[in-house]
Design a protein. Structure first.
Length: 71
């Protein structure tokens, strides 16, 4: 994975994910947060980074990641 994609995750994707309402997933995320060791948390965050970057790229490839310009 390129350095640009890692930069993009840190500066664009991750801040966006932090603002998305967790609604139906709040219980599961808080449960996971309470049982993870620091080592597990590091591994989880790297897996989350990988999945989020590839979901973003998939959105770009399929056109879902690009907003429709308003006229």
């Amino acid at each position: 994975m390129s350095d640009f994609m890692k930069w993009l995750y840190i500066h664009y994707i991750k801040p966006y994910l932090d603002t998305v309402p967790q609604d139906d997933y709040f219980f599961w995320l808080s449960l996971m947060d309470s049982v993870m060791t620091p080592d597990m948390r590091e591994k989880f965050e790297k897996c989350q980074e990988f999945a989020a970057i590839h979901a973003f790229l998939l959105g770009l490839r399929t056109g879902q990641g690009l907003p429709v310009p308003m006229k």
